[in-house]
Design a protein around this ligand. Structure first.
Ligand code: SAM
Length: 264
């Protein structure tokens, strides 16, 4: 791609990988099995797409910026197993888009547009897609939050939400110097592998609401953040873990939130 001729759009989070080194490493850690379909969000100029196409049976890519069509057509000419849908990924019915393909394994591999990192991951979960593994590039600080352990300042409701569903692993660091244009932040490749046995939830919606409410004011205790729930019951549960209502949400592991959610 001739980067002098392309007008990068900041509003779409367009920072493209400069060479093949990072895409190669991303594909390596993705461990793509035979007979698989890989969803890519934001192929850009196709740096990662091309390598994914050599491993997967089919690549289904979503690109919001139609002005990339000519570049992508050229870059992907030799790959007959890539379909690019020019649309906003967040507005797509993915189940529907996948219907015309047959495959045994589903992956998501992408260098994400950072302005919508959380909405994209939330959609991947909420759309019930049976994804085996997600390998994505995110802003380094965001990766720290996703992988945070209790009792750290990075631990928040998004950590609990994602760790409910996935084993999350930091794969490798990517310097801001690997992109054109050079962004103001460094990046991290992380992988999400579905947990085989999800902790049973009586009411998924209520559970995640309690998690969000618990972290609403980070410096406040559960007594304050969960005022609208039955505090006596919550206190009883906390007691089993040798805790009380003066605890802050950042100190609670996933299991305690599940226990609280299932008893309210
Ligand atoms: N994969 C390329 C690479 O690694 O060089 C480009 C990655 S760039 C960080 C993010 C890409 O996502 C851009 O091509 C951008 O146009 C695209 N994008 C932004 N918002 C999108 C959306 N809502 N749906 C689909 N693609 C989007």
């Amino acid at each position: 791609m001739n980067s002098e001729e392309f007008h990068f759009k900041k509003r779409y989070g367009q920072n493209f990988l400069k060479d093949d080194t990072i895409p190669k490493k991303i594909v390596e850690v993705s461990d793509i099995l035979e007979d698989s379909l890989v969803i890519e969000i934001g192929p850009g100029a196709g740096a990662l797409t091309k390598l994914l196409a050599t491993k997967a049976k089919q690549v289904l890519a979503y690109e919001i910026d139609e002005s990339l069509e000519e570049i992508l057509d050229h870059e992907l000419l030799e790959f007959l197993n890539v379909e690019v849908i020019y649309d906003d990924f967040l507005n797509r019915d993915i189940q529907q888009d996948l219907k015309k393909y047959t495959f045994s394994h589903l992956y998501v591999v992408a260098n994400l547009p950072y302005y919508i990192t959380t909405p994209i991951i939330t959609k991947l979960i909420e759309d019930n897609l049976s994804i085996e593994k997600i390998v994505i590039m995110v802003q380094k600080e965001v990766a720290d939050r996703f992988c945070a352990k209790p009792k750290t300042k990075e631990y928040g409701s998004i950590t609990v939400y994602l760790n409910y569903y996935f084993h999350i692993k930091k794969e490798f660091f990517v310097s801001r110097n690997c992109f054109i244009p050079r962004p103001n932040v460094d990046s991290q490749i992380i992988s999400f592998t579905k947990k085989d046995n999800l902790l049973p939830l009586k009411n998924r919606h209520l559970f995640f609401q309690i998690v969000r409410d618990s972290f609403q004011f980070k410096r406040k205790t559960l007594r304050n953040n969960l005022k609208k729930y039955d505090l006596n019951k919550i206190e009883e549960i906390l007691k089993q873990y040798h805790l009380d209502l003066n605890v802050r949400a950042e100190e609670l592991p996933l299991e305690v939130f599940v226990e609280i959610g299932n008893n309210l």
